[in-house]
Write a protein that binds this ligand. Structure first.
Ligand code: GRF
Length: 196
């Protein structure tokens, strides 16, 4: 299964996938890593000799034009699956319709709770005792596509946002790697999930 992974930040989820594919048995290969900026996580791809590309929204007149260029850069690699791993942009409809359901995202909350870019902070602010991780198919909405896998994460008293986010990421890395494995091994069928 060939993957293009999209990131915006540190790329610890990307790193987990790169480490997983170091095992020759792992049935997925990251063929390229894309970012919306000069993300620190691109260094993980470079370390593993994986090609990278950046498509900064600031270089484009519109979100649609940015999306079209991003899609073009992704399609160069003809991936079987696109993985948003800490990609902090909403993909325009043309991108989603071209790629979905072979387009997944990892989100640091138990969707549909706490969608959006501040899920960890929002869960803390809500005073709930647990939040979690969701790996889902990306559809036209924001964090609204069919769920592939979810796991709860306990919020400890006194947790700061970064402490909670690190605890979430520990689970997230395992869940994302497992989801890619299940998709590669056809244990998860994205077409069926998307039309269920
Ligand atoms: C992840 O928790 C992801 O779910 C969220 O931002 C974080 C990115 O972390 N959108 P990293 O860049 O993979 O380290």
């Amino acid at each position: 299964l060939s993957l293009v992974v999209l990131i915006s930040g540190g790329g610890s989820n990307l790193r987990a996938l790169l480490d997983a594919q170091s095992d020759a048995e792992f049935p997925a290969r990251i063929v390229a890593v894309g970012a919306d900026n000069d993300a620190a996580g691109l260094s993980h791809a470079e370390e593993f000799g994986v090609p990278t590309f950046t498509v900064p929204p600031t270089s484009f007149e519109s979100r649609a034009a940015w999306g079209d260029e991003l899609l073009e850069q992704i399609e160069v690699w003809n991936p079987d699956l696109v993985v948003c791993a800490g990609f902090m942009r909403i993909l325009p409809p043309r991108v989603v319709s071209a790629l979905s359901p072979f387009l997944i995202n990892t989100h640091p909350a138990l969707l549909p709770a706490f969608p959006g870019a501040h899920a960890v902070r929002d869960a803390l602010a809500a005073g709930v005792s647990q939040t979690g991780v969701t790996v889902h198919i990306v559809d036209e909405g924001v964090d609204t596509g069919p769920v592939i896998v979810q796991e709860a994460v306990t919020i400890e008293p006194g947790d700061t946002e970064s402490e909670l986010h690190e605890r979430i990421k520990t689970i997230e890395r395992r869940l994302l790697t497992q989801a890619v494995l299940d998709i590669a091994n056809s244990r998860v069928n994205l077409r069926e999930l998307a039309t269920a």
